[in-house]
Design a protein around this ligand. Sequence first.
Ligand code: PEP
Length: 253
Amino acid sequence: MRKQIAAANWKMNLSLAQANQLTDEIVATSHSLNEHQLAIFAVPFPYLLTVKEKLKGKHNVFVAAQNCASTKNGAYTGEVSAEMLDGMDIRYVIIGHSERREYYGETNKILAEKINRAFESNINTIFCCGEPLAVREAAIQNSYVETQIKESLFHLSAAQMTNFIIAYEPIWAIGTGKTASSDQAQEMHAHIRSVIAAQYGSDIANSVSVLYGGSVKGANAKDIFSKQDVDGGLVGGASLVAAEFAIIINSLK
Ligand code: PEP
């Protein structure tokens, strides 16, 4: 069975004291994760080691970075390399979040390079894709997301694509309180899987975890995650409340 994943994205939120408090609450909350289920906490760079240390020993719980550099290392002021993350034993990184694409000009091509850097350092990527509202209204979301996937992922080998993680996040649903219906999510997730199957075959496509992101909360997680091609969620706002995120974790298939 492919992995079912609840991934928290704290974004650029929380003071160090607040991050410590939230992590302590997460540690104190019991999660019932089975061998196919993971909880991943993508926290700001400065908090990675502290949060990782606090979560040590929690079964199937990992810490992630929210980004990494497209270059290996060197004179790139302000960047954080995949090699550095590897040195800190950070095993997951979010790449291609819509906020990175929109505010920092990250193109499909740059994202392909970031994914390469992550692979070179044995870090698992959570690759984000998803369409803006205008694209959804024009009903061309399938081809839009297909292009994102082709341009950023199709240089990967079959071995690299096996067990890969993709997060489908319609931009109109991120932080807006507007969630895609579970049927809309299922429709796109099935499309993403078919695009991968056409290139890599159905066994590999079926090994890929496709998470949904966009205003997931405790109240809607079970319905969304129940869909056949939805393998959990990438969660922003609701991941900042330990009890709420625990409901989301416990809603995994
Ligand atoms: C996100 O940041 O990836 C996200 C889905 O945010 P939210 O859950 O707040 O919509």
